[in-house]
Design a protein around this ligand. Structure first.
Ligand SMILES: [Zn+2]
Length: 424
């Protein structure tokens, strides 16, 4: 018995020793590899932090842990070689319609919206803002069915119409536009709802517009104005808007709203004045919202959109808009620099929606990152008027990382190289 106890004691001592050695090795290993993912050799463009340089980005626990000139490769579990690629904050799309559902004729819970993950990740987009497809009544359905189920971060402007974009007559019912209940829903969901939207109203009174401003004021958020308000002149709308409010479809040239430029392509003075005052202009490309005849002369006169909302929905993505990468490339074709287009799809948008925790590669931020390939060649970009403009560069989303996880990898940068077994 004594001998047996002695053997057990020795065994126990050996086990303790083994555990100690394992613990030390584990600690050493953890110290040696503090990053889950390391993106090396890429050209970082981070407008918020004024970075345009070759840098490495270390990611740990889904967050950006370090951005530095060189991070040794031995310090990471997985390494992505981003040589020749741009490393950008994950893109934010300011204007989308993603409250997808089965109703055939509507955007709200309907077939006219699209499922975000199907179109965002492959275009380098990690965050979308839904432009008022839901209102205070049906936001909970939107949250449960889409927002909570998507890999893409889905934020939202809440429509002043109680049921959002449910078509007529619901969208025309002024009695169902409630500033108090709208602001209450915004306040109840501060991590998701970033503002209030007005749009698609055909009446001639200002009540919906005023109620939307009231709801935005009550919830201390920006107002998002999506035209389709044919009775209100552009000048009147801009006048009512507060600094920090956002108007979309900035380069539209259709019957129902006056373009920002006049017949000679000259910017209207009240438009320049509004932007100076702090009103923000979102691109809002959509199916009919972007015309070279307006955007090109506007850019030549120094008028640039503050953000690059795509107005993604069932009709726009197969027309001239296509996706966010195409919008950025299009603006490069008409004369904007790569740094400027990235700024409008990241930091500018984050600031506009009061989410300064997004849109940059600041250490401590959630690791939403896009790796972009700049392709040289001959490319055509189209607008809503059936015009094409030639460009020599096109951006492509090589890899999209959402909260530290690779969610899109076009050419298998993160995959193990397949080596076929050869028989002798
Ligand atoms: Zn829209």
């Amino acid at each position: 018995m004594v001998g047996c106890q002695l053997i057990n004691k020795n065994k126990a001592a050996g086990l303790v020793q083994l555990l100690w050695i394992s613990a030390i090795l584990f600690t050493m290993n953890a110290q040696a590899q503090p990053y889950d993912l390391l993106i090396r050799n890429g050209q970082v463009i981070d407008p918020k932090n004024n970075i345009e340089a070759k840098m490495d980005v270390g990611i740990r626990d889904g967050k950006i842990a370090k951005v530095a000139g060189s991070i040794p490769s031995g310090q990471a579990t997985k390494i992505i070689d981003a040589a020749g690629l741009i490393v950008s904050p994950g893109l934010i799309d300011m204007h989308t319609h993603v409250f997808v559902g089965s109703k055939p004729e509507t955007f709200a819970d309907g077939f006219l919206s699209v499922s975000p993950d199907d179109f965002t990740l492959k275009a380098g987009v990690t965050t979308v803002v839904d432009a008022g497809t839901s209102g205070w009544r049906n936001f909970p359905v939107f949250k449960e069915h889409v927002i909570d189920k998507s890999k893409t971060r889905v934020l939202a402007f809440l429509n002043i119409a109680g049921n959002g974009m449910s078509g007529s007559p619901a969208e025309q019912d002024v009695n169902d536009m409630d500033a108090f209940l709208t602001s209450l829903m915004v306040k109840k969901n501060p991590d998701i709802i970033v503002g209030v939207k007005i749009g698609h109203y055909e009446g001639s009174d200002w009540a919906p517009f005023d109620k939307a401003i009231d709801a935005a004021t009550k919830s201390n958020t920006p107002l998002f104005v999506e035209c389709h308000l044919p009775q209100f002149s552009l000048e009147e709308q801009l006048k009512k808007m507060r600094p920090g409010d956002i108007i979309t479809h900035s380069f539209e040239k259709i019957e129902e709203r006056m373009p920002v430029t006049d017949e000679q392509g000259k910017l209207r003075p009240f438009v320049i004045e509004a932007q100076k005052r702090g009103v923000l202009f979102d691109l809002g490309h959509g199916g009919a919202g972007f015309w070279f005849a307006v955007a090109v002369p506007a850019l030549k006169q120094g008028f640039m959109p503050n953000s690059f909302g795509s107005d993604l929905h069932r009709f726009s993505m197969n027309a001239g808009m296509k996706d966010m990468m195409n919008i950025l490339s299009k603006y490069m074709a008409i004369g904007m620099s790569l740094e400027e287009v990235i700024k409008r799809a990241t930091w500018n948008t984050a600031k506009a929606i009061h989410r300064e925790d997004l849109g940059s590669l600041s250490e401590g931020n959630v690791a939403d990152i896009t790796l972009i390939l700049v392709k040289d060649g001959h490319f055509g970009f189209t607008d809503a008027g059936g015009n094409v403009l030639q460009g020599s560069q096109k951006l492509e989303a090589e890899m999209t990382i959402r909260a530290g996880k690779i969610v899109w990898d076009l050419n298998g940068l993160s995959a193990t190289r397949f080596i076929p077994v050869t028989s002798k």
